[in-house]
Design a protein around this ligand. Sequence first.
Ligand SMILES: NC(=O)c1ccc[n+]([C@@H]2O[C@H](COP(=O)([O-])OP(=O)(O)OC[C@H]3O[C@@H](n4cnc5c(N)ncnc54)[C@H](O)[C@@H]3O)[C@@H](O)[C@H]2O)c1
Length: 381
Amino acid sequence: MKELRVAMIGYGFMGRAHSNAYKRLTDFFPVSHRPVLQVACARNEEKARAFAANWGYQRVETDWRKAVTAPDVDLVDICTPNDTHAEIAIAAARAGKMIVCEKPLARTVAEAEPMVVAVEQARVPNMVWYNYRRVPAITLAKQLIDEGRIGRPFHFRSNFLQDWTISPEVPQGGAGLWRLDAAAAGSGVTGDLLAHNIDTAMYLNGPITRVVARTETFVKERMHTLTGKVEPVGIDDACAFIAEFANGSLGLFESTRYARGHKALKTFELNGADGSLKFNLEEMEYLDYFEYANTESHVRGWRRIHVTNGEHPYMNRYWVPGLVIGYEHSFLNALADFVKGVETGKPVQPDFRSALQTQKVCEAVLNSGREGRWIETGATA
Ligand SMILES: NC(=O)c1ccc[n+]([C@@H]2O[C@H](COP(=O)([O-])OP(=O)(O)OC[C@H]3O[C@@H](n4cnc5c(N)ncnc54)[C@H](O)[C@@H]3O)[C@@H](O)[C@H]2O)c1
């Protein structure tokens, strides 16, 4: 078994979710690479040491430049805020490392494009962690679509709703709150939440070609934790947009952090001539399927598929039928696919190039929100 020595950049939410995946990979998946938690990198040495000790990393670095060029590292995992992705990824590619980068790929298309060039020139395996593709119910939705069960698609609608920034007392910027700071995050709910829905949408229903959006910033000034001053808020607190897909279907997307009562309500529904599909992250082990074609009308109706059988995507790696897996397994499944891609030479998706397509849609949405008109995305398959 070969070693896959990992440098983890960032020890927050995603640093933990990914560390868990590396630790469990060979327990559940028949791959011939064994991840080794080699370097934990964070600016604060004490915190890096505590993280390294907790998860079993061999050593720590406080400068990501040292971590991404270290000879004892094969794979760089970027789990830092969005403003750091480009610089770290480009340096890691130049050092010849494999790279797995958190989403969104970068803050803007201009920042993301050189990242794609860097990994393609260096010919290093690369992936962006749009992990929801690896929720078995969503992978099953893709399978049903590819089997032709939905027929001609008409509508794709999708939400991602939260409620954690309603209070004007929530500051912006700094640890834990960089998502509210446009300089660090690039955008608000569009890059943070809708990027996931856009990736899922294009995975299931193909490229989004045009959008028209309305964005809103409900709280216009917040205390900035880094400057100590009340400063204008530059992110979109909420975003709703209409989309056209290349296949002729229409999309309707909504995201906000002001939907009181919702913590992470990520949903989609796809309606086609021959059937419909429905998913809700709060009940992520289910896929709802309405089969119209080939069904007599007196027994037609929505059916709930409990996506836990051995023949369902990824589920033969886990428990017996009827028993569920969770959020963390979407990262484990993604990592398994990445490593299989490395072993077979067949690049995993979404790689940097396909994540750039999602970035293009996000940017068109934000520009449309500012300009109030339809905007072509330039996104391709
Ligand atoms: N795939 C998903 O579902 C998902 C979920 C959450 C976050 N994310 C993405 O993951 C990334 C990180 O988000 P998070 O929620 O883990 O953030 P977080 O705030 O929990 O953690 C960020 C980490 O980066 C570290 N960091 C910041 N600047 C650094 C630097 N210059 N050098 C080294 N370390 C640095 C921080 O100390 C912290 O450990 C973001 O791009 C975010 O969009 C993806």
